[in-house]
Unconditional design. Structure first.
Length: 352
């Protein structure tokens, strides 16, 4: 598990050396009194457990430190693992903030009473539908499931009208997907909630039979770019980040949206919360206020090519958020929020 700390270098001035010498001459009593008092210039610090992409967390942490002078230590891992670690650590958890790739782990921690209520200064900057009703966590950024396709291999008019139709003989070895992806698991969980377990299972069985499995989303997108497959089921930011780097006109692939409320266009949230065990709640609240502000949100969307949830921030180069047509009911997955039932179904089909 990597630890990243953003610290400013400092030097010991001549005046500081003289001060240390003077204190040393004051005797044991002065030493004892000084030991009982916190250093006035002690730098404040918070610890984030982050299941988000490393570069995204790092960018936000660096901007927050420059804004406030509060240092950030980030411990990386999967969102689910980190949430369960916090649950195991209980009151002894060193975490102040948890920043997750999806909201399921936040729901779990909230239900266990392990999250602190976030101040209204932060919550009011995000629409209510993108945050917990009780104020214990909030979404920060969002992404959309999309189809990346190569127009030299398949015409847009020949793409299906629903993601379910990719699990069919005509797409044999032509559609890429990543069953180990958290976003894929979340999509299956949404299918189970909205359309039932049997339909979700049939879709998985069809993908297993006719689709092509890839280990990573970037590999699936690369396969589309090279024309090895016609299409891939991924999140928007994999394509948008590459297009930002290369230029959209230099991409061999394009993005396709079903545009009809299909589950293939579902959006999901990355969110954050304050851990109840935090010993730096004031600083943690400051972090949440910054992360939800227009400035913090701009940092997040610029580095990740995901959608900000504060409407004052701008998603540059992305399909306008207002034009997305996700299915109704996919933000709150209820009993499927933790993804466990979806994982079990994916395993049952033999894709994990």
């Amino acid at each position: 598990m990597k630890v990243h700390t953003y610290m400013k270098k400092f030097s010991l001035t001549a005046a500081s050396v003289m001060l240390v010498g003077a204190l040393a001459a004051c005797g044991d009593t002065a030493k004892d009194n000084a030991a009982k008092e916190p250093a006035k210039n002690e730098t404040k610090q918070i610890t984030i457990y982050s299941g988000q992409h490393e570069e995204t967390t790092n960018a936000l942490a660096k901007a927050f430190e420059e804004k406030t002078g509060i240092k950030v230590v980030s411990r990386e891992g999967s969102s689910s693992e980190l949430a369960h670690q916090i649950a195991e650590e209980g009151k002894k958890s060193p975490a102040d903030i948890i920043f997750t790739e999806e909201t399921g782990p936040l729901v779990m921690l909230s239900e266990k009473g392990l999250l602190e209520k976030i101040d209204s200064k932060a919550l009011d900057q995000i629409e209510p539908k993108y945050r917990d009703a009780n104020g214990t966590w909030t979404g920060l950024i969002s992404r959309s499931r999309v189809v990346a396709y190569n127009p030299k291999v398949v015409a847009e008019n020949d793409l299906p009208k629903t993601v379910y139709d990719f699990a069919a003989p005509e797409w044999k070895d032509r559609v890429a997907f990543v069953p180990t992806s958290g976003a894929f698991t979340l999509q299956v969980a949404a299918m189970m909630k909205l359309d039932g377990k049997e339909k979700a299972k049939k879709w998985l069985e069809g993908l297993k039979k006719y689709g092509k499995v890839y280990k990573k989303n970037k590999m699936a997108l690369d396969a589309v770019e090279k024309g090895e497959v016609a299409a891939a089921l991924i999140n928007n930011y994999y394509w948008d980040l590459e297009a930002k780097e290369k230029g959209a006109d230099n991409m061999n692939s394009k993005l396709y949206y079903f545009g009809n409320g299909d589950i293939g266009d579902m959006i999901s949230l990355s969110g954050a919360a304050i851990v109840k065990a935090s010993s730096h709640k004031k600083e943690a609240q400051q972090f949440m206020e910054y992360a939800t502000s227009a400035e913090g949100q701009q940092v997040l969307t610029d580095v990740s090519a995901q959608y900000p949830l504060n409407p004052k921030a701008e998603a540059k180069g992305l399909k306008p958020f207002s034009e997305l047509t996700p299915p109704e009911g996919a933000l709150d997955l209820g009993e499927y929020s933790d993804g466990q039932q979806a994982i079990e179904l994916i395993q049952e089909v033999g894709l994990l």
